[in-house]
Design a binder for this molecule. Structure first.
Ligand code: G1P
Length: 585
């Protein structure tokens, strides 16, 4: 039994400290537990029924893509079957893969962040495998009573119609995975409130921001979607290059969503009207007709949208605080900016900063400012690091029930592991490795200090004011922690099937001989990747001097980056462990 479970965790870190490495093993085990048990419901928990929701589903795929990728392709394809033709989605997973339930409590609710995650996971899949064909798999759309993005009912629908979207000719409609991705992100683009940022609807990633249905806006996820649009455009361009196809087919109705005038982008009311027009056309059946669009034109269209969004956010949402500042992440149900330096308090939230950084909306200077502000207002070492928000000293019921939690509990200002890890990930992605490391280290230190955290080994969902870990095991944070360690700290990531290695380890993450090791599988091969930094220099002072796989030299593509191509990997045997050695000076 021990052997079985030990072998399930096929990732191993050697970072110069045995206790840490051992603990990281447990963090890598966590996503497996969450898949088995769901994210709540154990007696230890005070909420939930053990199911896994939409967000969790896509999050868990991230860890699977690293540890056990064999079935992930089908999982991704099936999961897209939960998307509705209006870009929203079913939220609960049924008994079988690809089976969905609108909501376990039959509440009509739209989480505005849901459409963001599938592409993030799909992109990681593309990078790990280079399998661009998955984008052309055909999948149906989910259909139920809900229409017009959760604001109306399709009165013509009944259970006899079934749970799959049909066409006028009464056939089930199948669209490509790529079409699903475009639809989700384009619909989100138009779904804006009066400040031209995306509407908050029922909530975003923060489930407890759930009381601003009418006028709430999430700038945080407007950033996130802008990043998605940019990356989808990049994917389309790569698709053209790799597959040679220059056109794709999409549902005829979607043509409306490709409008491309800046005048329209500037006008929130017109955007909403356009989206409503589209959703109305698709309210019951769709025509079943398709149009053909050129990939390069589509990519340019998405880039135009992303650029506009980022520019708009930079111009309107920067909160000034002396020389520094950060981004306002939300509007409340009175249509007021939520964050800022108020008379009686400073209101800052982490989520908006994470996605401004991750998406590239924040300029480099702004990232520096955000780091300083987060250190000043959100960092509390005793509590495990960066809090989700400052104390608002208000039961702010025009934004969400989170303000009904005591400050420092749950989504109200606790150190919430998942968002903290994503903050770190975003910082690493932008080259701020020291700052990113500080976040990861604080979380780990807090969890490992057992007297305080009272944790089973692993990351808790959050730490309370005293640094006690709450909701052991079952959080999406572990998937992200493992992913960040591998793809950012060790810098080992797929790039359309190639394996790129660009380490950003801190000097103390090498052992006393200046050695750090990562063991993992990639493309079905086992690798032991060894990094040497004999003089223990800072990461940004290092250059790769030599890189080799099983003694054969590898191409060094940049100062701190080497690559093992997909072709080279395919020639390696699947039986042995291959040794990649990287010397940094
Ligand atoms: C939980 C939920 C997740 C939600 C988060 C914040 O996080 O599972 O969907 O986004 O709370 O409200 P987790 O326990 O997975 O870290």
């Amino acid at each position: 039994m021990k052997k079985y479970w030990t072998e399930k965790v096929n990732v191993e870190f050697e970072t110069g400290d045995e206790a840490t490495d051992n603990y990281l093993k447990w963090i890598c085990f966590q996503p497996i537990l969450r898949r088995i048990y769901g994210c709540s419901f154990l007696p230890y928990h005070d909420y939930g029924k053990g199911g896994r929701g939409w967000r969790d589903l896509w999050q868990d795929c991230l860890a699977l893509l690293i540890m056990d990728p064999s079935n992930v392709r089908q999982m991704i394809v099936d999961n897209y079957g939960g998307v509705r033709i209006d870009g929203t989605n079913a939220t609960i997973i049924g008994n079988k893969q690809g089976e969905f339930i609108a909501d376990r409590n039959n509440i009509t609710r739209v989480w505005m962040d849901h459409a963001f995650w599938p592409f993030v996971t799909t992109r990681l899949y593309l990078d790990q495998t280079g399998d661009m064909d998955v984008l052309f798999e055909k999948v149906p759309y989910f259909k139920d009573l809900q229409s017009m993005r959760g604001t109306a009912h399709d009165k013509l629908w009944n259970s006899e119609y079934g749970q799959k979207q049909k066409t006028e000719r009464d056939h089930i409609y199948f669209g490509t995975v790529l079409e699903h991705i475009l639809l989700q992100n384009l619909c989100a683009f138009y779904d804006v409130g009066e400040h031209n940022e995306m509407r908050l609807h029922g909530a975003d990633w923060n489930d407890a921001l759930d009381m601003a249905w009418e006028k709430g806006e999430s700038v945080a996820f407007t950033c996130a979607y802008a990043g998605n649009l940019r990356n989808i455009a990049k994917t389309l361009r790569q698709l053209e290059e790799i597959s040679g196809s220059s056109k794709i087919e999409i549902a005829h109705e979607m043509e409306d969503l490709l409008a491309g005038s800046v005048e329209l982008y500037e006008d929130a009311a017109r955007k909403q009207a356009l989206l409503a027009g589209y959703a109305k056309k698709c309210e019951h059946n769709i025509s079943g007709d398709t149009i053909v669009v050129r990939l390069d034109q589509l990519a340019a269209n998405l880039e135009g949208k992303a650029d506009w969004m980022m520019k708009n956010i930079r111009a309107n949402e920067w909160v000034k605080d002396g020389e520094d500042g950060w981004f306002n992440g939300y509007y409340d149900n009175h249509g007021r900016k939520v964050e800022g330096v108020m008379d009686e308090s400073v209101r800052m939230m982490l989520t908006g900063q994470v996605f401004a950084i991750m998406s590239g909306t924040a300029t480099e200077d702004q990232v520096e400012s955000i780091c300083r502000s987060a250190d000043k207002y959100l960092y509390d070492q005793k509590a495990g690091g960066y809090r989700l928000n400052t104390n608002f000293h208000e039961e702010k019921f025009d934004l969400g029930r989170m303000f009904g939690f005591a400050y420092g509990e749950k989504e109200n200002g606790a150190v919430f592991s998942h968002m903290a890890v994503m903050y770190s990930n975003a910082l690493y992605q932008r080259g701020f490795a020291k700052e990113g490391n500080k976040v990861l280290q604080a979380l780990l230190d807090a969890a490992m200090e057992f007297d305080n955290s009272k944790m089973y080994p692993g990351l808790p969902e959050y730490f309370d004011n005293q640094g006690r870990g709450l909701y052991a095991y079952l959080t999406g944070a572990a998937s992200w922690y493992m992913l960040t360690m591998i793809t950012e700290v060790f810098g080992v990531k797929g790039d359309c099937g190639d394996l790129k290695i660009a380490p950003a380890l801190m000097p103390e993450q090498y052992n006393q001989n200046g050695k750090a090791v990562l063991k993992m599988t990639f493309a079905g091969r086992n690798f032991e990747i060894i990094f040497y930094n004999k003089e223990k220099k800072e990461f940004d002072q290092l250059k790769i001097q030599k890189a080799a796989c099983d003694g054969k030299a590898l191409e060094i593509t940049a100062e701190r980056c080497t690559i093992l191509s997909k072709r080279e990997i395919q020639m390696l045997s699947v039986k042995e462990t291959h040794k990649i050695e990287i010397e940094l000076v």
